[in-house]
Design a protein around this ligand. Structure first.
Ligand code: G6P
Length: 369
């Protein structure tokens, strides 16, 4: 293990730090001067993509959260109505099949029983336009879907998924932009800009990783708490969910992720001095709304811990701790903002002394129902 860990204390930490490289490898097909093409998703993709008018994304756990971000992108950029379903729900629910739907199964392992069964369920109901976004080439899900995009995260050992997630998001960004292009919604100059932002993403991730010492300083305050609330809006709502999932998986602290606009409809009742609130504050159209949500939380005495994009102007007041996340590209912001949440969960678990790479009761790949 000492050799495999290459100086890191845990696989999770190593995998968090491998994200720039994992994302760069996943983007290899669009490196240099390459342009977006359906061929990124397989030889039959152009024909398949021309035959669809909506998208259904299926996944479990972290892969489901990636799908939730993908939904925002597919609707905004490609103009395709998109739904995201937890695979274990979709496979048993009476839903309305639609042959013109692209079914996207997202899975790190490609072997998750529920995701595979959900994909087969869709196929059995006549939904044959299918795509796997997967990290393992010969896996069952890749073999079952018509099209495949392979993320190039490399082996992920830590049970809590990190680099698989950011490479899944990278794949979904490529999918949304490729479909946008094929549907005439991506002018050439915009395509060039978006590809440029993607190619600079690994370097931007590297800058976010440098926040580790600051995040480490927050960890102690969480380790003593029983609960934590994570807030975000828009594409950063799923990032809040993912941050909460990471914390509960490896530190065993009860954590909930919420879209900040929903606070008044329940979670505000839980907020008091004992409940730290983590927020992700990108500099987007929802920033002002998020700030007023945060004031509501602060007014109830909660301590706020904000990952605030450079220039967002969050922080500085009493009880509001902020770490500035370097700016990159607005579309890709969720890929950057999840990284500090991964690091926070990791350092809280370190303080608590839990088994970071093999948390109790959880498995890396859930191949039985
Ligand atoms: C397990 C793992 C998670 C993962 C989920 C889905 O719960 O512990 O990290 O997100 O399965 O796995 P998949 O391989 O389908 O992405």
């Amino acid at each position: 293990d000492a050799v495999q860990l290459a100086g890191y204390r845990h696989y999770m930490q190593k995998e968090i730090f491998e994200q720039p490289e994992a994302v760069a490898d996943t983007l290899e097909a669009v490196a240099g001067g390459a342009r977006l093409t359906p061929a990124l998703f397989g030889p039959e993709a152009e024909k398949t993509f021309a035959a669809i008018d909506r998208v259904l994304i299926l996944g479990c756990g972290t892969s489901f959260h990636a799908g939730m971000v993908g939904r925002y992108w597919l609707e905004e950029y490609a103009g395709l109505p998109t739904t995201v379903e937890i695979a274990s729900e979709y496979r048993y629910r009476v839903s309305v099949p639609d042959a013109k739907t692209l079914v996207v199964a997202i899975s790190q392992s490609g072997e998750t029983a529920d995701t595979l069964a959900a994909l087969r369920h869709a196929q059995g109901r006549g939904m044959t336009q299918t795509l796997a976004i997967c990290n393992v080439p010969e896996s069952a899900i890749v073999r079952t879907a018509r099209l495949a995009f392979l993320t190039r995260a490399g082996p992920e050992i830590g049970v809590a998924s990190t680099k698989a997630f950011t490479t899944q998001l990278t794949a979904l960004a490529l999918l949304a932009l490729t479909l946008a292009k094929q549907r005439g919604r991506l002018p050439e100059a915009v395509e060039a800009n978006r590809l440029d932002a993607l190619r600079r993403l690994p370097a931007a991730l590297g800058r976010v990783l440098q926040l580790e010492p600051q995040i480490e300083q927050w960890a102690q305050r969480f380790a003593e708490r029983q609960h934590a609330l994570f807030l975000g809006r828009g594409t950063h709502w799923p990032i809040a969910l993912e941050g909460a999932l990471k914390l509960k998986e490896i530190s065993y602290i009860h954590a909930e992720g919420y879209p900040a606009g929903e606070l008044k409809h329940g979670p505000l009742a839980l907020v008091d001095r004992e409940m730290p609130v983590v927020a992700v504050a990108p500099r987007d159209d929802l920033l002002e709304k998020l700030k007023s949500n945060l004031q509501e939380v602060r007014a109830r005495g909660a301590e706020l811990f904000v990952f605030a994009e450079d220039g967002s102007g969050v922080g500085g007041e009493e009880g509001v701790h902020a770490i500035v996340v370097p700016s990159h590209d607005a579309m890709l912001a969720p890929i950057l903002h999840v990284v500090p949440l991964q690091l926070l969960a990791y350092h809280v678990a370190l303080v608590k002394g839990t088994d970071v790479d093999k948390p109790r009761n959880l498995a890396k790949s859930v191949t039985v129902e």
